[in-house]
Ligand binder design. Structure first.
Ligand SMILES: Nc1nc2c(c(=O)[nH]1)N[C@H]1C(S)=C(S)[C@@H](COP(=O)(O)O)O[C@H]1N2
Ligand SMILES: [Mo]
Length: 250
């Protein structure tokens, strides 16, 4: 398979309904819709979302209110289940080409200066959510604290779901609209949205905003991430990549 062949409906498996991520299949299973298949039309998508909304009210797993239906966001995970991390168990490691390997607890991150940004969110499958507040620590601050070595060119992100990864060039990573986010929609980041900590890359398609962030590794070269290995653009500027012409988010 070649790099530039885009698998239909991958990064998000959204309204087109193909390449459905495991998360959605799991949610479908949870709703006992069995082999009902996958929504393939906008009206089916809406019915699907309102069914999820109704189910979320009764969901005993703790995902209540975090599933689709909340402001237009959709739940994505490339893995079937993701462990929960809290203030006690969460760690974020910064390593690789740095002078000081660092491990942060949630309280450490909360103690650093916080930046709040309000921008639209755009998924590469087409859905957009207007004016969403994200708040957290600038990635550049964590990189500066770690002391990036001169030979470094890129940053790789890993996640405690055990599967997802992302990357940015060092120049992109140092932008002041790239956050290690602790809050979204003015609430602590919920598990379904990648809490307690996710990446937020404001100017790029939402697949760059890795959920359940656990590792930041400074590297010599960009290593394509999960979706990028499956055909999506590494430089994922909204409106200027992936063959799309969406209005920029920044
Ligand atoms: N760890 C992880 N991060 C991820 C994903 C994922 O499947 N796993 N999906 C990406 C995609 S394609 C999108 S659109 C957003 C969805 O974020 P949300 O579930 O908060 O709407 O997360 C991105 N980050
Ligand atoms: Mo997405």
């Amino acid at each position: 398979m070649t790099r530039d062949r885009k698998p239909a409906g991958a990064a998000g498996g959204g309204a087109d309904g193909q390449g459905t991520p495991v998360g959605r299949r799991v949610v479908l299973g949870m709703l006992a819709t069995g082999a009902a298949g996958v929504a393939t039309a906008p009206f089916l998508q809406r019915a699907f979302d309102s069914a999820l909304g109704a189910a979320a009210q009764k969901d005993p797993t703790g995902l209540s209110g975090l599933l689709p239906g909340g402001g237009g966001f959709r739940y994505y995970s490339v893995t079937g289940s993701v462990p929960e991390k809290d203030a006690h168990s969460y760690r974020l490691t910064v390593d690789g080409l740095v002078r000081h390997r660092t491990s942060y607890r949630l309280a450490d991150l909360r103690g650093l200066p916080q930046t709040r940004l309000v921008r639209d969110v755009q998924c590469v499958t087409g859905w957009r959510v207007p004016g969403t507040p994200f708040e957290g620590v600038r990635l550049s601050a964590l990189l500066d604290a770690a002391g990036v070595r001169p030979e470094a060119r890129a940053v790789r992100f890993t996640c405690f779901d055990g599967a997802y990864s992302e990357s940015l060039t060092l120049e992109q990573a140092r932008r002041d609209d790239v956050l290690v986010a602790l809050r979204m929609q003015d609430k602590p980041l919920a598990h379904a949205h990648g809490g307690p900590v996710r990446l937020y890359v404001a100017p790029m398609y939402f697949y760059k905003s890795a959920k359940w962030l656990s590792g930041i590794t400074v590297t010599g070269d960009v290593e394509p991430g999960y979706w990028e290995d499956r055909g999506y653009d590494v430089d994922a500027w909204v409106g200027r990549s992936n063959g799309r012409d969406d209005a920029p988010t920044t």
